[in-house]
Design a protein around this ligand. Structure first.
Ligand code: BT5
Length: 330
C-alpha cells in the first residue's frame, strides 16, 4: 500500500492530491493513508501535507530506499530482498546475521551510513551519510571454500563495469577506473571502491558468502589520513551520480558475472579480470601478512593469487596489500 501511495504521489509530482482521492483510488481509509504518508516522510521522502489540499511530493529522495531501488532493479536474483538502514554498524554484519538465519540468495543490505564500517583485518571503512553506497550481497554459491576468495575478483569486475555505465554517460570527463588486486577499484591511483568478502563454510561446502562493497559516490571531504589515497566518483566525473542507478547497475553486472561463474567456472572471470586490472605489468610493493617484498606483477593464477616476479623468483600472493609504484617516464 505504501508503494502504491508513493507511486500516486510521484505520478502527481509537485501537485497536491487529496487524502480523500488517495483513499478512494486505492480503496483504503484516510487514516491509513495518513499513517503511510507519515512513514514515508520518516523514511526520507519530502512530502508536504496541507490540511485542505492534501499531499504533494516535493522532491524525489536521493536515499537508497527499497521502493526506489525496486523501481530500477533489472537483476532477477540480486536485490529481490532488500534490507535498508538509515544507520547500521556494518552492512556486512547485518548480512551475515540474515544469511545465518536462512535469507534467500541475492538478499542485499544497504545503509546510508555505517557506524563501524569495516575493511579487511578489522581496519575501518569511512562511510559518511548519503555519500556512498554501503552495500552487502548474500550469495550461496555452489562451489567450495577454496574458490571463495575469487568472489572478490568477481565483485570487482561487476562494480567496475557498473561504474563504466556512468563512465559511458560521462565519456567527456573520461573517468578511467581500474581494478587493483585484490579488492580495490582505483581512479588516479586513489581508492574509490573497497570490497570485503566474508564467508561461513564447512570443510568442503560454503554456507554463504557476503560480499561487502563500499563505493565512494559523492564524498568531497575525507579525513586527513584518507585524503591523499581516496577519491569519490562524482569528484572524478565532475558530475552528480545517481546512487540508485549505480547500485542497480552494480547488482545487474554482478549478477551477470556470477551467472557466468556458475555456468563456466572462474576461468572467463579471471580472463576478464586480467583485462580490467591495472595491477598486471606494474612494479608493486607487496605487504603480505607475514612478509614484504617488491617485484613486477605478472599474472593471477587459477586460484586468483597474484604472481609477482622478484629477483629471487616468482612469488605467489594469496592475501595481502599491494601498492603500485608510480609509472616512471624515462
Ligand atoms: C577494504 O578493506 O577496502 C574493504 C572495504 C569494504 C567496505 C564495505 S562498505 C559495505 C560493507 N560493510 C562493511 O562493514 N564493509 C563493507 P581494506 O583493503 O582493508 O582497506 C581498508 C583501508 O582503506 C583503510 O585502512 C583505509 O586506509 C582505507 N579507507 C577507509 N575508508 C575508505 C574510503 N571510504 N575510501 C577509500 N579508502 C578508505
Amino acid at each position: 500500500m505504501r508503494t502504491a501511495i508513493l507511486e500516486l504521489l510521484k505520478h502527481n509530482a509537485g501537485q497536491y492530491i487529496s487524502g480523500e482521492e488517495i483513499s478512494r483510488n486505492l480503496n483504503v481509509s484516510r487514516t491509513a493513508v495518513w499513517k503511510h504518508i507519515r512513514a514515508l516522510k520518516q523514511s526520507g521522502y519530502d512530502i508536504e501535507a496541507h490540511s485542505r489540499l492534501g499531499y504533494a511530493l516535493r522532491q524525489n529522495t536521493d536515499r537508497l530506499l527499497p521502493a526506489e531501488i525496486r523501481a530500477q532493479l533489472t537483476s532477477a536474483v540480486l536485490g529481490q530482498e532488500i534490507h535498508y538502514f538509515s544507520e547500521v554498524d556494518s552492512t556486512n554484519n547485518e548480512a551475515k546475521k540474515l544469511a545465518a538465519n536462512g535469507c534467500p540468495e541475492g538478499t542485499i543490505v544497504v545503509a546510508e551510513t555505517q557506524a563501524a564500517g569495516r575493511g579487511r583485518l578489522a581496519r575501518g571503512w569511512f562511510s559518511p551519510f548519503g555519500q556512498g553506497i554501503w552495500l552487502s550481497v548474500v550469495l550461496r554459491p555452489p562451489f567450495g571454500p577454496m574458490d571463495a576468495a575469487k568472489c572478490t575478483l568477481m565483485a570487482a569486475i561487476g562494480v567496475n563495469r557498473a561504474i563504466g555505465v556512468n563512465r559511458a554517460i560521462n565519456a567527456v570527463t573520461g573517468v578511467d577506473c581500474g581494478i587493483k588486486w585484490p579488492n580495490d577499484i582505483l581512479w588516479n591511483n586513489r581508492k574509490v571502491v573497497g570490497i570485503l568478502t566474508e564467508m561461513s563454510a564447512e570443510i568442503d561446502v560454503i554456507n554463504y558468502v557476503v560480499i561487502g562493497m563500499g563505493i565512494n559516490v559523492s564524498i568531497e571531504h575525507f579525513p586527513s589520513e584518507l585524503a591523499p589515497i581516496a577519491a569519490s566518483l562524482s569528484v572524478a566525473t565532475g558530475r552528480s551520480i545517481s546512487r540508485v542507478k549505480l547500485l542497480t547497475a552494480i547488482l545487474a553486472e554482478l549478477e551477470n558475472v556470477y551467472k557466468l561463474v556458475k555456468k563456466s567456472g572462474f576461468a572467463p572471470v579471471l580472463a576478464a579480470w586480467r583485462k580490467e586490472s591495472i595491477t598486471l605489468g606494474r612494479q608493486v610493493d607487496v605487504r603480505g601478512f607475514d612478509r614484504s617484498f617488491s617485484g613486477v606483477a605478472i599474472d593471477i593464477d587459477a586460484d586468483g593469487a597474484l604472481l609477482v616476479k622478484t629477483p629471487q623468483g616468482i612469488e605467489r600472493v594469496l592475501a595481502g596489500d599491494v601498492s603500485i609504484s608510480p609509472v616512471v617516464f624515462r
